[in-house]
Ligand binder design. Sequence first.
Ligand code: SF4
Length: 215
Amino acid sequence: MTLLSADEVDAVITALTATYPDARPELDFRNPYELMVAVVLSAQCTDKRVNLVTRELFARYPCVDDLAAAQYDDVAAIIRTCGLFQTKARNIIAASQMVRDSFQSTIPMQRELLMQLPGVGRKSANVIISCAGNGNAIAVDTHVFRVSKRIGLSDGKNVWQVEQDLMQATPENIWSHLHHILIFHGRRCCDARKPECLRCPVNTTCRWPEKRQAD
Ligand code: SF4
């Protein structure tokens, strides 16, 4: 598969931007602390479920120092409807303790420091940097990975390679925007099992060989 030309990349970004003018983070948060917690909870869980859970969690623990001092059983009870809630409860308490003890209770905005926090990997760090830190980063989640490869923005074999391809193909100042329009497209049109290619705004450019002619 040949990757998209520079003109085709521009055309895809223009089309997806026009289709999803409201593309933005779908996790609810008011500050970096809340985003860090929401991102950790979102692993293998829908954003909708996380938003329900964090409403109660943040009312009970309004700042990172509050969560750092929380009891595991209390936190686990609040987030029990999220998948892997036991591990996540341990991680968000431990991450909050590390932020309190090592970073003066301020969520760091450097990827290397964020990735030291329990439960925060490269993808989560990129989400925090781009959504709460006004930085430029492309978080490659399952939607970004699938859509990028189908369209022809990347032929990477893993998330790291896809992230590198996307960074090479696009200017740094749109990386965060690109992340959001690809997620929106993956959720609303380019479904993993049933992509709606006939109504897709980039179906004339998309490289996916199995593009369906009849949805
Ligand atoms: S044409 Fe189909 S496979 Fe390609 S991006 Fe659109 S929905 Fe996805």
